[in-house]
Design a protein around this ligand. Structure first.
Ligand code: SF4
Ligand code: SF4
Length: 192
């Protein structure tokens, strides 16, 4: 009986979730709404939907609400929720799948988080580690907002004063070394 209750292989997605969301729905259809993922997530306080709420919306096929949310953009891929989910669901992978779907379909209602994410990833690809000054320059350019850098100036000065951000270009030995890895990830993502 227990095996039957836990067998989700024959459960069909809601009809309205059959298009864009169907691959994501498959990953979290066995979510039992225990909330362990939310309780484990270091970024849940900043999310508009908790991870548990997001998975419920995926189960219900609420595409507009899901892609209007910034929750998946704020996932920092720490894998803590994935390690702790009692159902063993691939939650970090699913957050990544939502980012890719939103990008592929041009559903970028939340603009700042995806642009920050892309600036971060591009800088890491180029140098093998994050280079803060370039990452923020890329982010500001992507936002196309002349006011935003001014808002970050006090924080930038404080970080520089504490030695957390290097004003000059440090030497990097990892330049270009992640290119092959990024290419491979892109191939894998295109297939998933
Ligand atoms: S920890 Fe797993 S089962 Fe529990 S709410 Fe999160 S996704 Fe669902
Ligand atoms: S992988 Fe993402 S959603 Fe999961 S706990 Fe970490 S930040 Fe939160």
């Amino acid at each position: 009986m227990r095996a039957e209750m836990n067998d989700f292989s024959t459960v069909a997605p809601p009809s309205h979730a059959e298009d864009t969301l169907s691959s994501v729905w498959t990953k979290v259809r066995a979510c039992m709404q225990c909330g362990t993922c939310t309780g484990s997530c270091v970024n849940a306080h900043a999310m508009d939907l908790t991870p548990r709420e997001l998975w419920r919306m995926v189960q219900l096929g609420l595409k507009d609400e899901i892609f209007a949310s910034k929750t998946f953009w704020l996932c920092s891929s720490c894998y803590y929720c994935t390690l702790r989910c009692p159902r063993g669901l691939p939650l970090t992978e699913t957050m990544g799948a939502l980012k890719r779907l939103a990008t592929a379909e041009g559903i970028l209602k939340e603009k700042r988080s995806p642009r920050f994410y892309r600036s971060f990833m591009e800088t890491v690809r180029r140098y093998g580690r994050v280079r803060e000054m370039e990452m923020m320059a890329r982010y500001f350019l992507a936002l196309k907002s002349p006011i935003t850098p001014l808002a970050f100036t006090p924080l930038g000065i404080r970080l520089m004063a504490k030695g957390k951000v290097a004003p000059r270009m440090p030497s990097f030995s990892g330049r270009g070394k992640l290119d092959a890895l990024y290419r491979k990830v892109k191939e894998v993502e295109a297939r998933s």
